[in-house]
Design a protein around this ligand. Sequence first.
Ligand SMILES: Cc1ncc(COP(=O)(O)O)c(C=O)c1O
Length: 353
Amino acid sequence: MWDDKGEKYLDLYGGHAVISIGHSHMHYVQSLSKQLEKIAFYSNSVKNPLQEKLAEKLGQISGYPEYQLFLCNSGAEANENALKAASFVTGRKRVIAFKKAFHGRTSGAVAITDNPKIVSSFNAGHDVVFIPMNDEEAFNKIFDSSIAAVIIEGIQGVGGIQLPDDSFLQFLQRKCDENGTLLILDEIQSGYGRTGKFFAHQYAGIKPHLITMAKGMGNGFPVGGVLLHPDIKSWSGMLGTTFGGNYLASVAALSVLDVIEKENLIANALAIGTYIISEVTKLKEVIAVRGRGLMIGIDLPEALTNVRKDLLFKDHIFTGEAKPNTIRLLPSLALTKAEADIFLQAFTKNLQA
Ligand SMILES: Cc1ncc(COP(=O)(O)O)c(C=O)c1O
């Protein structure tokens, strides 16, 4: 990226994990421009063949060909619809969410987000219980036949790149299956190839009932989606939206998948991410490194709170943060080893400054 003075920046944050294939990728720009010349939008009451093409391609690349796809416009909206579907299917309303979770800012999504500061009294009316992640005992204490859904991030992003144990995800899937509860995997930040698998939960070998996605799906064009297990019988109008899956959104999402496939970006995310994690682990100033692929959190001591600012203002490298002092890396999946080395060199220098 370049600023208004022509200064060059390396973007390792992608505007909250949104830029999956790189800014202004030629194929993406051309696909969207061509579509804009044809038709940008028409109502969802008229069949849009691009949505079908997207559902088929997404199903095939993600390993969920048998799931249905509902298209919407943002992450919060995807979660809102997944919660709604779970409540329709089960006839229940109580939801289990996890401490440090972030699921969005609309009414239901913010109610299952563990941050009272952004929950208004209007949002607080939902029936939600928060428990610590990876704590089977805490889960067993409150899990019963009143629970409509359990929602968990593939990897917690805003919470500071916190990973659920594979065994915990398998436990949740088992418990939900036994109880007629729906398991929702929020892959809005951790999905779309970022972790080296299409969805982060695929490391645990589970198949949740509902999977939500957005961010990297449109590389900046607002697109969100929910994958629904084939056992979920939807009826016309159960979920709906005016803008969701419009022609431009569908083309944006399709061209992202084209590039991910053609440029082998999932394997690249895994290789470059593993390299960064192993190099950062060697640095003695670093308290902890967590993550998978190109979803990385680096905990620094309080004395080094300046590192992120120095990276930006001295070295022109964008990174993200999580409180209290975690650097969050969520770059494009096309990050090269040479670019990773630019970061590693600047980071090491700033740790010692
Ligand atoms: C895991 C997760 N879920 C949901 C959301 C909400 O997405 P949006 O901002 O597109 O509504 C976010 C956004 O940061 C997120 O990280």
